[in-house]
Design a protein around this ligand. Structure first.
Ligand SMILES: [Zn+2]
Length: 163
């Protein structure tokens, strides 16, 4: 799924208590893609600002470190390790971190083998599911509809509370 949708699902489902929870859940929701693609995206923008031309990335010239970070950030194994560590440190489960779990679970069926299929079992296995890309209208349009429904309910509830 796209990074904005991940953040919005994280916020709506795990961060709707207060502002701190919102930013935490939104952050955990976008984290797997942000850490993997943030640096190449920033270098592309920097190229445009300082040299007038952005560094363009395609399937063939994506730096290796992006794939490495993607493996770490999109693994259910690393999620379990971090979740357990946070649980021990804070002596309770961190609800917002479920947004990262949801990110990984949503990416599994919405990425194909052609482009960043989800390495959810890394480092135990390199198996990746061959899903339907989230950019396909069969995924993209229902996703937008679901987000609109979720946020309509959310803001309606919020409006009713304050009026
Ligand atoms: Zn992702």
């Amino acid at each position: 799924m796209d990074i904005v949708s991940h953040g919005l699902y994280g916020w709506a489902l795990f961060g709707n208590k207060d502002k701190k929870q919102f930013w935490l859940a939104f952050g955990f929701g976008v984290l797997p893609d942000f850490v993997a693609f943030g640096l190449p995206f920033a270098s592309s923008i920097a190229g445009m600002v300082f040299h007038g031309t952005p560094v363009m990335f395609s399937k063939t010239n994506i730096p290796n470190y992006v794939h490495t970070i993607y493996n770490v950030s999109h693994s259910l194994i690393t999620w379990s390790v971090v979740f357990t560590a946070l649980r021990i440190i804070y002596k309770k489960p961190i609800k917002a971190s479920y947004a990262r779990l949801l990110h990984i679970l949503m990416d599994i069926p919405t990425h194909s083998l052609a482009f960043f299929a989800t390495p959810f079992l890394w480092p135990l296995s390199n198996y990746r599911f061959d899903g339907i890309p989230w950019s396909d209208k069969i995924i993209f349009l229902p996703n937008i509809a679901i987000l609109i429904i979720i946020y309509s309910i959310y803001f309606r509830k919020k409006y009713k509370k304050t009026h």
